[in-house]
Design a protein around this ligand. Structure first.
Ligand SMILES: [Zn+2]
Length: 453
């Protein structure tokens, strides 16, 4: 549901890694909170007869949302610039060469070299990036009263994320260099092909292995049987079948005041997750719209579709990246102590190129995401038609609260929308939610009736 994708993070191997490591996840809308909207004021705002009103903020709320988003955007670009600079310095300063020489003294095996070089490189990068990550992930969130976690909790999560990146990164780098050694010309292509089954495998196990490291998940039916009954009614009305045992509540309130929901997993692990903050802030009709949105991702197979589209973008950028990699090695390799394509000391250069390419691929990846998010918004309206009294006001009301709570930017610049928005801006979503009424014109519910459960 968030509008912005997370910045590249610690790993320079962002492009390949983000595809594999990305728990394809689709969220509903997002909002912000400190001046939390009260439920009472809400019901008056979404009175069934109210005309379309768009995204409503007081001047103070508007200024606060803009300040937060400006800071978040600045942190994002700063993070990218820093990642580029670190890898550039590691390459030119021959840090990779130094690490590779150390590893060669220990063993002659490539796998052992990877076990030494990759964790050292990733940990060094993470430590240099820590102040920026701390600013964007903790200080900024505390400043805007979005976070409820302590510094030690944040640092524990940071450590866990780094550990996961080191394990996954070491394995991927080892695979990459082995493939390039065997096939200097097509190694990149074999690597890309391998990311498809690997990515799907990660998607299957991520809800069991990764997510519980950060939050607790409880089947929704345990705490909210009445809501589950409404969900079943909604699905039954639409002729869909999704086991409600696959809908979970996540204890997001242990760390944040923001609202969200998402779909993750693949095959047997496919599931809908609603943050507990969302359940507390929305009334039942609004919650059903959020669940309708997530159900849309689920029923329309968005997880796997977006994954495959992202792989298309990745193959293009990997091809390009590998050519740039070969050119840079021929041009500067000797001067920077690198022996060739399969020399592990070239890792900072590879990370540098991938960081830049991952950044450049953001607009394409986000455009794909925005398309599916818009579809899910439409699906939510269709699936709740005839189940909630007024789908339009319920969905617009849910987005309004999400926007307020998550401090969504009321009017992002076209460039920022193009580059960073994985969801349409909240004002656009509210406008669509208020005006999409095919039933009023006797038109079919296209997404719902084209969907196969
Ligand atoms: Zn979504």
């Amino acid at each position: 549901m968030r509008s912005l994708r997370k910045p590249l993070g610690i790993l320079g191997l962002a492009a390949a890694f983000s595809i594999i490591g990305k728990a394809a996840r689709f969220s509903a809308p997002a909002g912000h909170a400190a001046a939390v909207p009260k439920r009472a004021s809400l019901s008056s705002r979404i009175a069934p007869a109210s005309p379309p009103s768009g995204y409503q903020l007081t001047p103070a709320e508007r200024a606060r949302a803009i300040a937060y988003n400006d800071a978040e955007t600045a942190d994002y670009f700063l993070g990218v610039a820093l990642a580029i600079l670190i890898n550039l310095m590691f390459w030119i300063g021959r840090f990779g060469v130094w690490l590779r020489n150390m590893a060669r003294k220990v063993s002659s095996r490539v796998s052992v070299h990877c076990l030494i070089v990759v964790p050292a490189l990733l940990a060094a990068t993470a430590l240099i990036e820590l102040p920026v990550d701390l600013q964007s992930g903790y200080i900024l969130e505390r400043h805007f009263h979005l976070s409820t976690e302590t510094l030690s909790m944040w640092l524990a999560d940071w450590g866990k994320s780094l550990a996961i990146e080191i394990v996954a990164g070491t394995f991927l780098v080892w695979v990459f260099y082995v493939l390039v050694r065997r096939s200097p010309r097509r190694g990149w292509l074999y690597f890309w092909l391998l990311t498809i089954p690997l990515g799907l495998l990660v998607a299957v196990f991520e809800p069991y292995v990764i997510e519980p490291l950060f939050f607790k998940f409880t089947p929704l039916e345990r705490e909210h049987p009445a809501l589950v009954e409404r969900i079943e009614q909604m699905l039954h009305h639409a002729g869909l079948y999704i086991p409600v045992s696959r809908v979970y509540e996540m204890n997001a309130s242990s760390k944040t005041r923001e609202l969200n929901a998402y779909v993750s997993g693949f095959g047997p692990s496919k599931r809908v997750v609603v943050w507990d903050t969302t359940l507390h802030a929305l009334n039942t009709d609004e919650t059903l719209e959020v669940l309708g949105h997530e159900t849309g991702h689920y029923v329309l197979h968005h997880v796997v579709k977006e994954f495959l589209w992202d792989e298309m973008v990745a193959v293009l950028f990997l091809w390009l990246g590998f050519r740039v990699f070969g050119w840079a090695l021929r041009r500067f390799g000797r001067r920077t102590g690198l022996d060739g394509l399969d020399d592990l000391a070239s890792l900072p250069l590879a990370f540098l190129i991938l960081t830049i390419l991952a950044f450049l691929s953001d607009p394409a990846v986000n455009a794909i995401s925005r398309h599916y998010e818009h579809q899910a918004d439409q699906f939510a309206l269709e699936v709740t038609y005839g189940v909630v009294s007024n789908p339009n006001t319920a969905e617009a009301g849910a987005f309004q609260i999400l926007g307020e709570r998550d401090l969504s930017d009321p009017d992002p610049s076209p460039f920022i929308r193009f580059w960073l928005y994985s969801h349409p801006p909240i004002a656009e979503r509210i406008r669509f939610a208020e005006t999409y009424k095919p039933w009023a014109k006797g038109q079919p519910l296209r997404l719902l009736h084209g969907a196969s459960p």
